[in-house]
Design a protein around this ligand. Structure first.
Ligand SMILES: [Fe+2]
Length: 247
């Protein structure tokens, strides 16, 4: 009986289909400007893999971080144009845009003042906190950002260890109009068991607004492919996810 049950389960195993997401809005595909893709060749292979997974559009988000990655609108858009030329030349069936993953530092506060935040969709701004220290005065920063007309998205909430144990902060942020983004690969345990636990909590509380690859290299997309049978991924409330609105 057990054997037949298992056979039945295997045959009807659910499968998460990335075409239901269609748009990835967090990755590092502009060659040579951060810790992501190192060459146009690598970017080409990654884009083909996104197509293979079922994506229709990739919005790539190079790091802007004053101490490590001094990127700005000019070099990011120049890189984007090179990738767009590659896509046209190679006939890769995918839409491509670029914005940034802004790090919360002093330079970011200046960018808000000068209205130099790089956005996608309807003024969405992808923002990350430091991994080592809990941010200070972030309420004031979010207030400034929202008042300037931006729609903040907090990158990979589940990865900040200082929030582990509770998703209270995510719920609080969402109340204020800040979207929460989850890295799909957090469900694999790739970033550790605590990150996975936090990802599970976010999904169970229906507190995820965007999911993303945070792709830096091919292994990230391979991992996403291997997660397609993942039950938690299948439990995501697709009607709440805003990825598709960015098509
Ligand atoms: Fe990232």
């Amino acid at each position: 009986m057990g054997f037949f049950n298992n056979l039945f389960k295997a045959k009807t195993a659910a499968y998460f289909d990335y075409t239901s997401i269609s748009v990835d809005m967090h990755s590092h595909l502009i060659p040579g400007i951060d810790d992501g893709s190192k060459s146009l060749e690598e970017t080409k292979a990654l884009l083909l893999k996104f197509v293979d997974l079922g994506y229709q559009k990739v919005i790539t988000t190079p790091h802007i971080m004053q101490d490590f990655y001094k990127n700005d609108r000019d070099n990011i858009y120049r890189g984007r144009d090179e990738v767009l030329a590659l896509i046209a030349k190679e006939n890769i069936p995918i839409k491509f845009e670029a914005a940034a993953e802004h790090f919360y530092d002093d330079a970011f506060m200046e960018r808000i003042k000068k209205k130099e935040v790089l956005t996608f969709g309807n003024q969405f701004c992808l923002l990350e906190f430091g991994f080592h220290h809990q941010p200070s005065f972030e309420d004031a920063m979010f207030f400034n950002l929202l008042s300037a007309g931006y729609q903040p998205i907090l990158a990979h909430f589940e990865r900040y260890h200082y929030f582990h144990g509770s998703i209270e902060k995510a719920l609080e942020y969402r109340e204020k109009g800040i979207s929460i983004q989850l890295n799909i690969n957090s469900l694999s345990g790739n970033y550790g068991p605590d990150v996975k636990k936090q990802a599970v909590k976010l999904i169970q509380a229906d507190a995820v607004d965007f999911i993303a690859s945070d792709c830096h290299r091919m292994s990230h997309l391979d991992m996403m492919k291997s997660l397609q049978g993942n039950e938690l991924l299948q439990k995501l409330n697709l009607t709440q996810l805003k990825n598709k609105d960015l098509l």
